[in-house]
Design a protein around this ligand. Structure first.
Ligand SMILES: Cc1ncc(COP(=O)(O)O)c(C=O)c1O
Length: 232
């Protein structure tokens, strides 16, 4: 392993968010228990979806078991939109190159591979620790056939998402925004979760808000949102 000698590690760890309780959590858990909605549906989930959509500014939010599941569905939906429905036992991105963030949690990229895609890692810019738009432009020069970009917002800080969105539009590519860590963050008044054609947020235990686990897929497309309901 290569260890840079010019970077001194912090003495103490900097933790991500840890859960805090604010009074009503137990009430809602008890309510779900007593009304027998200990399930993947119910009023609590409807309300999470309503608030997630409202707060993000996307039209629809679909509650899922985790953000990884949401990202997987993003890949399936994007793949089907771009390349048509995959045959049974084949992935929606089979054999297709997909431009991906290269410094992120592995769940950003794993779903690309679950769907048979070939991740092409795009360099990170120093200023934001996120995808470098210049490197993305160069990647489109090398692989002009690519039609999908998966971009994370590391530690909840958006990179230059406006430019990344513009580059995707210029090349006719779809954008999946991994906003797992970025719920509530914004860039020049534009909320994280609204840059992507499909976006995903996480309610894992180390995220901004948590249900212990969980996540949402965000989209403006009602057909995509509706088809999720049958697959969760
Ligand atoms: C950037 C990023 N993407 C995806 C995930 C996956 O989220 P989940 O644990 O809800 O599946 C996480 C966190 O766990 C993450 O930090």
């Amino acid at each position: 392993m290569y260890i840079r000698k010019d970077i001194e590690p912090f003495k103490n760890k900097i933790w991500l968010a840890s859960p805090t309780m604010h009074g009503e959590e137990l009430k809602y858990m008890t309510e779900a228990y007593e009304t027998n909605w200990m399930s993947t549906v119910g009023e609590n989930i409807n309300e999470v979806e309503r608030i997630a959509a409202e707060k993000s500014g996307m039209k629809y939010a679909v509650g899922l078991s985790c953000c990884t599941a949401a990202l997987h569905l993003c890949c399936k939906l994007a793949g089907e939109r771009l390349y048509g429905r995959a045959q049974i036992s084949h992935g929606a991105l089979e054999g297709r190159r997909v431009f991906c963030s290269d410094m992120t949690f592995n769940a950003t990229v794993n779903p690309v591979v679950y769907e048979g895609g070939i991740p092409v890692f795009i360099d990170t810019e120093e200023s934001s620790w996120n995808m470098d738009p210049e490197a993305l432009e160069r990647a489109f020069e090398l692989y002009p056939e690519v039609k999908l970009v998966v971009c994370a917002e590391l530690y909840g800080f958006p990179g230059d998402m406006k430019r990344i969105r513009e580059i995707c539009d210029k090349h006719g590519a779809l954008l999946i925004e991994d906003a797992a860590e970025a719920m509530g963050a914004e860039l020049n008044g534009i909320k994280c979760g609204t840059f992507g054609d499909y976006s995903a947020v996480s309610y894992n235990g180390n995220k901004i808000i948590t249900g212990s686990a969980g996540g949402c897929l965000l989209t403006n497309d009602i057909e995509d949102a509706a088809c999720q309901v049958t697959t969760r």
